[in-house]
Design a protein around this ligand. Structure first.
Ligand SMILES: Cc1cc2nc3c(=O)[nH]c(=O)nc-3n(C[C@H](O)[C@H](O)[C@H](O)COP(=O)(O)O)c2cc1C
Length: 186
């Protein structure tokens, strides 16, 4: 089966992960904001989105393409400061429809935040968020930045994609059973 990666990225780390996944699998990568690529043309989808202000940056695109995404096997990778866990799962549930959350296989990756790269607005908002955050570790990261970029962490996504690529033809049942063989944390 043929798949494609669609991503959104504000400061480049999701783009970097998408590029690493493309290198490892041969899948084409598309910036979801750019015209000219249609998710309907792929047998399966790999969707990459950072979490920005507790929301998926890709969520509007995902709502616009809801029917297409629901009609194919889909892997969602998120890139965030927060690690995998209840907080991240809640943010995802709060901004996507339950059907979409159930449908996609989610893998959480951790990103990068360099205060020097941020717009004045984002830098100010994150300083305020850090001052108000009772989780000291998260507060430090909001104010001082962090770098958790890790090429090895894409491996579960690469494994899922390889199973999907090996599934026969456009029969999506094959793709769905390929995903069903993996743990689905969301
Ligand atoms: C303005 C801003 C808001 C953010 N909000 C969150 C958030 O709500 N939760 C979280 O876990 N990480 C948050 N982060 C961290 C980003 O998810 C992380 O920096 C990610 O790597 C950004 O991806 P990108 O470089 O592809 O834009 C935020 C980062 C920025 C700059």
């Amino acid at each position: 089966m043929n798949g494609a990666i669609f991503y959104a990225s504000k400061y480049g780390s999701t783009l970097e992960y998408a590029g690493w996944i493309a290198d490892a699998t041969g899948l084409p990568v598309y910036d979801a904001d750019e015209q000219g690529s249609d998710p309907a043309d792929s047998d399966f989808l790999v969707l990459g989105s950072p979490i920005i202000y507790y929301k998926l940056l890709l969520s509007r695109w995902m709502h616009r393409n809801l029917d297409v995404i629901l009609s194919k096997p889909a892997v969602l990778f998120t890139v965030s400061g927060a690690p995998a866990g209840k907080k991240l799962d809640r943010w995802i549930r709060d901004c996507l429809s339950p059907a979409l959350v159930r449908h996609m296989h989610h893998v959480a990756l951790r990103g990068r935040q360099n205060p020097k790269d941020l717009t004045w607005f984002d830098r100010s908002m994150l300083i305020v968020a850090g001052l108000m955050n009772s989780d000291r570790q998260a507060a430090q990261e909001e104010m001082n930045g962090f770098d958790y970029m890790d090429r090895a962490s894409i491996q579960p996504i690469v494994d899922l994609i390889k199973d999907l690529q090996a599934a026969n033809g456009p029969d999506q049942q094959d793709g769905l059973s390929a995903l069903a063989g993996h743990e689905h944390p969301a």
